[in-house]
Design a protein around this ligand. Structure first.
Ligand code: FES
Length: 195
């Protein structure tokens, strides 16, 4: 099907091109009445076919190279109530959204996994490998449960995302496009849960 469409397209383009070339080649009113001969038509049809193939290849390459949104980062994502960790529980990780959802006595905190130092992804390392901390694998920055730096070269705590809670269902929405920096932890950064 694609081949047939391509051939038809090439012939149409070739016919149009032959007309244009004929007009350009004759600098008189009489040229308007001259139709391209068979040889011209075949040549221009071939040129049209080649042009159409190149155009399709270009469009395909453009689509391939067009940057795609990776995952759902940048949008508002829902964490189901059953996935919300208990107070001081193991953080819930959302890979597409690039956040960890923490739960302390103040409420919920969605921590951006991008290290504030040079941008590496910071994993949560729990026992037995570590005493519950975020440890950046690149230059060794460490952060506690609420993302406050406890060591390493990072200039500030981990950034956090806006969180809202659906009172009826207990589901949580994390807006991964709304990220805030901070210099220290404050209880108001957490969203009370359940409300
Ligand atoms: S990027 Fe995390 S410590 Fe350097």
């Amino acid at each position: 099907m694609f081949m047939i469409l391509r051939t038809i397209f090439g012939m149409v383009v070739g016919w149009m091109a032959s007309g244009v070339f004929a007009l350009l080649g004759r600098n008189s009113q009489a040229a308007l009445t001259i139709r391209p001969d068979r040889r011209q038509f075949l040549r221009n049809a071939a040129l049209g076919a080649v042009g159409s193939v190149l155009a399709l290849l270009g469009a395909g390459t453009g689509l391939l190279l067009w940057p795609r949104k990776t995952g759902d980062f940048g949008s508002a994502l829902t964490v189901r109530a059953e996935d919300v960790p208990p107070v001081d529980g193991v953080p819930y990780r959302n890979i597409q959204g690039k956040f960890f959802l923490m739960h302390n006595s103040d409420g919920l905190l969605a921590l951006y996994t991008k290290c504030p130092h040079l941008g590496c992804t910071v994993p949560w390392v729990g026992p037995p490998d570590s005493a519950n901390a975020f440890q950046c694998p690149c230059h060794g920055s460490m952060y506690n449960y609420v993302g406050v730096r406890t060591g390493g070269p990072a200039p500030r705590p981990m950034d956090y995302m806006a969180v809202t809670v659906d009172e009826a269902t207990g589901n949580v929405t994390v807006n991964t496009g709304e990220i805030s920096e901070r210099l220290a932890y404050a209880p108001e950064q957490a969203t009370p849960y359940p409300v």
